[in-house]
Design a protein around this ligand. Structure first.
Ligand SMILES: [Zn+2]
Length: 468
């Protein structure tokens, strides 16, 4: 009797779990039912000079997201408040509350913008270098996307350099004469890891970022440059904006869903992505692949809305690129560089926990591609595992990019982060599948991820390249 009762109870419980995952509720909502919302940029009392210079760019990015992903009728207001008003922000990049407020950490977002510009700079200069060297055949941008698989300059390096420069600005004047500055030390580490090119690419990236920062808020500067220079900076600017806008659209879209009390983003959810959400919820409810970690409906819906905002921003950038003055450069592969940048930025923001100011990002000091220090991964209760959240955002961009979808996946150090996240989700609990079986199951899921990355589980060669 007792056994039968337990069986019935188990069936009821599992039916509930199934019902919860099989049919996701509609996330669109009548716009007149949404709470009016306000994004409050929390400004620390002492923002370093380096980061403070990105303030106008941050405002510009938020305005583009408002226009591109929300439109006027569903918009939010933006205001700057002292950090003392943002107690609940704690260690997050942004944090949304059901009273209509979203708090965002101004310093954290400024670092993301600066890093995005440095990465855009490094990638465009890399493409130009190959074009000038005559080693270039076929599509310039598709080739650059392929080259980023083994690039000298990745997101970890970008964040490391930004940290170093920020510290220099803070410590300016208190350093002993003759001492190497932090920035110089980081550049030397790049040189040691990647050879002389590493340092050079680092310096080019920082210079490129300076140009992007200026042109982003004052496009008339382009007219003062030679035609070739203007073209190069225009391309950098496009990649930077597409990367930043899409990465922030997902993060902000999630928090705004909490604040609005519904999803105000103006695109439609993509059916394959919704299926993926369902699949991931199931993985977190059962004890098969991962440690069970039941997600909360409000966090799931906030993520779904973030994914819709991301899609809306992708549509916006696809429309914009058809209108741009640099038409001849806009070939398949160009926008994909912006998409890949967005994925890499989200890799840091979501999986790395960028909001925690005590976390530092270090450069590899040995062979390229090997990172010797990983920031602590954080998992929040009620959320999907951070690696799964990143894969969802990646899936949106992967599906939307038609030309070079092979490279619009989690690749390189971002793939490494995803695998570390997935591995951690299997530790410290009893599960049905062995690591090897988990790897096989993940392989069958056809995730938007470097195919060889699954090797972490299966014991085959671990490879984070997306192009083979
Ligand atoms: Zn949330």
């Amino acid at each position: 009797m007792q056994v039968a009762l337990l069986t019935i109870l188990a069936i009821i419980l599992s039916t509930n779990a199934q019902a919860q995952t099989r049919s996701l509720p509609d996330i669109t909502i009548r716009t007149d039912q949404l709470r009016p919302s306000m994004v409050k940029l929390c400004s620390p009392p002492l923002l370093s000079r380096t980061l403070a210079s990105w303030r106008p760019n941050l405002k510009a990015a938020l305005l583009r997201i408002r226009e591109g992903a929300y439109g006027v009728d569903r918009a939010f207001d933006i205001t700057v408040v002292p950090k003392s008003e943002c107690k609940s922000l704690a260690e997050h990049a942004c944090f949304g509350k059901p009273d209509g407020t979203v708090f965002c950490n101004e310093a954290v977002l400024a670092r993301v913008l600066y890093s995005a510009a440095a990465l855009a700079g490094a990638r465009v200069m890399g493409a130009m270098r190959r074009a000038n060297a005559g080693t270039q055949s076929g599509n310039l941008w598709a080739n650059e996307l392929r080259a980023t698989d083994s690039a000298e300059f990745g997101p970890m390096e970008a964040f490391g350099l930004i940290d170093a420069e920020e510290e220099d600005a803070t410590l300016l004047g208190v350093r002993a004469p003759g001492e190497l500055t932090k920035l110089q030390q980081r550049l030397r580490l790049l040189e040691r890891a990647y050879g002389p090119r590493g340092r050079e690419v680092g310096e080019i990236a920082m210079a490129g970022a300076g140009g992007v920062r200026e042109i982003d808020t004052n496009p008339s500067v382009l007219k003062t440059l030679s035609r070739d220079e203007a073209l190069v900076f225009d391309v950098m600017l496009h990649i930077y904006r597409a990367g930043v806008d899409q990465a922030l659209a997902f993060v902000l879209g999630h928090e705004l869903a909490h604040a609005h009390g519904g999803c105000a983003a103006k695109a439609k959810a993509l059916a394959p992505v919704e299926n993926r959400v369902r699949q991931f919820i199931e993985l977190q409810l059962e004890e098969r692949l991962f440690c069970p970690n039941p997600p909360s409906p409000s966090e799931i819906n906030a993520d779904r809305c973030g994914l819709v905002a991301l899609r809306a921003m992708n549509d916006y950038w696809q429309r914009r690129e058809r209108l741009t003055s640099i038409g001849w450069l806009i070939k398949p592969g160009f926008q994909d560089l912006g998409n890949r940048l967005a994925i890499d930025l989200l890799g840091i923001m979501i999986v790395g926990g960028l909001g925690d100011a005590t976390q530092k990002y270090y450069l590899p000091d040995s062979r390229p591609g090997r990172i010797d220090y990983w920031p602590k991964l954080k998992e929040n209760e009620g959320y999907l595992y951070s690696a799964l959240r990143l894969l969802l955002a990646t899936e949106v961009l992967h599906i939307q990019s038609h030309s070079a979808a092979e490279g619009v996946r989690a690749c390189g150090t971002t793939a490494q982060r995803v695998m570390e996240g997935l591995l951690r989700a299997t530790l410290g609990c009893k599960r049905e599948l062995s690591l090897q079986e988990t790897g096989s199951a993940l392989e069958k899921m056809n995730l938007p991820l470097a195919p060889g990355a699954i090797g972490v589980f299966t014991g085959s060669r671990f490879d984070t390249r997306c192009y083979r």
